[in-house]
Design a binder for this molecule. Structure first.
Ligand SMILES: C[C@H](O)[C@H](O)[C@@H](O)C(=O)CO
Ligand SMILES: [Mn+2]
Length: 418
């Protein structure tokens, strides 16, 4: 059967439940995913005085072909974007600045250092998001930055974050779409702290200083990302869930939830609805923790589908900023981007093809039998046929055909890098 025939069959099956498949695809086209640039070079960046990766995160694997320059990284991103249906965004970190061979420290970064990225984004017609980089730097070596006991160190990082807001505002202004400026810091302790309060007070004061200047929200959106533990901060993380949720809600900032940053039986899908009752916008780093915050490539698992369902059934497409955060150097990096992002889009399509009103009604009526029965039956509805048709319509490879293109790019481009 052809893609069109399979699609026609699927359309009929969904129509039985009054699900408009065409409308689902139209909606899907408008949902941007913020694709993290750092999968392409193992969070290395291109600073002149480059430091080793630090901050309690780790990239394992040594697959050949990692991007060695901004030019290569952009070419790799273009290759991945050509295999992913829809219109997406790219998320940068401060360590991807381009300084023309000059050593520019993080507290001195300027919008001009990201001009090439902006020119490229204009060419690609995509938005850019941004992150200050508070790791992989001599001033972050003991795992403390914005909560550091030394005023001088805190000031350095405060300045870096202020500069980062300006860079994000430049992205927003130039590209006509607000840039999400997300602060994540590694601060914490390996062992049991003797004072939990003071570092948190310091972090709160640092954030107040960073956000003192009001910037245009149509250019920059401020977000803060919590964490439960990292390598070397197993016992205590200053920017914990309660800390940042409290800070964001009180100060009108966006709370960013990374799916790898909670206790193993906690799920972000179960947090979105609560956050949406108290906040206009929430942000996500969709990742895949395996036993720890391992940042595996996102797969189409139950939690991914549940996150997508929460976004769709709560009418929250414009309220949830979806970003990705994984880094795997044991497989082809372009394949990692392609799979992870296609899976996020797939999960959203899956969620768009469900009878949410009916399922909500069953719940209110106490008909839990029908609720469970339908939730289960829809798992084997022919959503794959709609996905294939969507890919075809969006001029990207159908099914596993994208893999051949990645293999070709690997042969012609990646394997000649060393
Ligand atoms: C590189 C990212 O900023 C980083 O992964 C952060 O978002 C995080 O999730 C740290 O665990
Ligand atoms: Mn993250």
């Amino acid at each position: 059967m052809t893609v069109e025939q399979m699609y026609a069959y699927a359309k009929e099956k969904y129509a039985k439940w009054s699900i408009d498949v065409e409308q689902a695809m139209t909606t899907l086209k408008e949902i941007p995913i913020s694709i993290h640039c750092w999968q392409g070079d193992d969070i290395g960046g291109f600073e002149v005085n480059k430091s080793e990766l630090s901050g309690g995160i780790d990239v394992t694997g040594n697959y050949p072909g990692k991007a060695r320059s901004p030019k290569e990284l952009r070419a790799d991103l273009e290759q991945a974007l050509s295999l992913i249906p829809g219109h997406h965004r790219v998320n940068l970190h401060a360590l991807y600045a381009e300084t023309n061979g000059e050593a520019v420290d993080r507290d001195e970064l300027k919008p001009a250092h990201f001009k090439n990225w902006v020119d490229w984004a204009k060419k690609m017609n995509i938005g850019l998001d941004f992150n200050p980089t508070l790791f992989s730097h001599p001033k972050a070596q003991n795992g403390l930055t914005l909560a550091h006991p030394k005023e001088e160190i805190r000031q350095f990082w405060i300045e870096h974050c202020k500069k980062s807001r300006k860079i994000a505002a430049y992205f927003g202004e130039e590209l006509g779409t607000p840039s999400l400026m997300n602060i994540w810091i590694p601060d914490g302790f390996k062992d049991i702290p003797s004072d939990r309060l003071t570092p948190r007070k310091r972090l709160k004061e640092s954030l107040d200083a960073i956000y003192k200047e009001t910037l245009n929200q149509s250019h920059v959106l401020d977000a803060v990302e919590s964490k439960v533990f990292g390598i070397g901060s197993e016992s205590y993380v200053v920017g914990s869930h309660e800390f940042y949720m409290g800070y964001a809600l009180k100060n009108n900032k966006i709370y960013l939830m990374d799916t790898g940053h909670y206790h193993p039986t906690e799920t972000v899908s179960n947090k979105i609805s609560s956050m949406l009752l108290f906040s206009d916008v929430v942000a996500l780093h969709v990742s895949r923790p395996v036993r720890w915050d391992s940042d595996h490539v996102v797969i189409l698992d139950d939690e991914l589908k549940e996150i997508a369902i929460e976004i769709i059934r709560n009418d929250a497409i414009d309220k949830v900023k979806i970003g990705l955060d994984f880094f795997d150097a044991s497989i082809n990096r372009i394949a990692a981007w392609t799979m992870g992002t296609r899976n996020m889009v797939k999960a959203l399509l899956y969620a768009l093809l469900m009878p949410h009103d009916l399922l909500k009604r069953y719940q209110d009526e106490g008909n839990y039998t029908a609720r469970l029965a339908l939730l289960e039956e829809f798992k084997t509805y022919p959503f794959g046929a709609v996905w294939d048709y969507y890919c075809q319509q969006m001029n990207v490879p159908v099914g596993e055909a994208w893999l051949e293109q990645v293999e070709l790019y690997e042969k012609n481009e990646l394997l000649i890098r060393n």
